[in-house]
Design a protein around this ligand. Sequence first.
Ligand code: FAD
Length: 382
Amino acid sequence: MKIYDVIILGGGASGLMCAAHLKKSLSVAVVEGSPKVAKKLKISGGGKCNVTNVTVNVDKFDGDEELVANALKSYSKEDLLSFLERNHVKPVLRKERYYFCKDSSDEIINILKKESKWATTLLNTEISSVEKKDEIFEIQTSNGLLKAKKVVVATGGKSFANLGASDIGLKIAKSFGLEVKEFTPALVGMTLQPQEFWMKELSGLSCYVHIKVDGKVLHEEMLFAHKGISGPAVLSASLYWKKGSMSIDFLPNKNIFDLIKGNKKNLSSILGLPKRLSKAILDAVGITDVACQKLTQEDKQNLQKIHNYEFAPAGNFGFTKAEVCRGGVLSQEFDKKTLQSLKINGLYFVGEVVDVTGELGGYNFQWAFSSAVMSAKNINKN
Ligand SMILES: Cc1cc2nc3c(=O)[nH]c(=O)nc-3n(C[C@H](O)[C@H](O)[C@H](O)COP(=O)(O)OP(=O)(O)OC[C@H]3O[C@@H](n4cnc5c(N)ncnc54)[C@H](O)[C@@H]3O)c2cc1C
């Protein structure tokens, strides 16, 4: 029976990138449960894949800083952009910070497929377990047993199970005695407690806000939805929210007291927000929509809440809507320069299955690619 030098479990973003950077002298197989590779990448960024960001640094990630810094050093945003450019793909900038594919995420998928073509790709092959016997890894799949000297687990997180996602990576880690943090949904919309149901009434509206949560401040748009709140600021906030409260500044970069000074107009018409939204916010902070001159001392105290609307979300929209998962194999289990397990020689984990999660904005693909190349470089050396 053939013993591969390396078997990569999962043909998603990190698995294909790892294969693309392994030495061609190695015998490599990529094992994928779905009939196609890179299904999440295909639908990402609304079909145009937000592949990275102008500003990539460790504080955009929830995870071990040393590990993230090593991966970003090993394969930076610049390395990724030049890899794409060498393959004739030049992502376009949106909002001066997000790099997206110009027309379709196929631009990146095609590169990954081309660059990993030399490896054997086994599709429709569901992985169920991995064991190590006499220095050889044995991988049980729906199409029989596979053997390899080294294994790279690149099976991602478990959100969007309809695209083939699973928590097999955590099961494999646990079977080898590695410590994991179970997956929870992240980069996901949030549900509300009854006192915040007024936000649901605004379904379809959006506004630019600053959200403060767990010491972080997220600057982006929030979207009011019929199930709760969503949009880029809320999705990133969901990464840091565990339980308890967070606060929204509905008028960032403005000062409500400067706006009302000497103003004769009604409050709702000076906030610079859609009228329906202004009225709802005023109502929520306990102020009647009167002319600025008629505001009482108590009103003025309540006005401050527009900059600091504190509330506790009820929960989130769950795994079916979450763009990523928080949690994964704990960083203490790895050599932080290679992502090889400290306990099991030859066993690597890359991408979302590792306990590192990025904010919204291309950070999760950057992590998937950086972590994958970091481990590929180490495998190539040995
Ligand atoms: C709707 C959506 C939009 C997103 N948009 C963006 C974006 O624009 N920018 C960004 O940075 N991130 C985005 N993400 C997140 C990004 O897709 C992931 O972080 C990234 O794909 C993780 O890469 P990975 O290789 O670790 O996992 P994946 O890309 O998920 O690859 C894992 C692979 O393993 C396979 N697999 C799983 N279990 C098994 C099994 N038992 N047997 C065989 N194969 C298995 C899966 O089928 C999959 O192909 C988005 C995610 C979603 C869901």
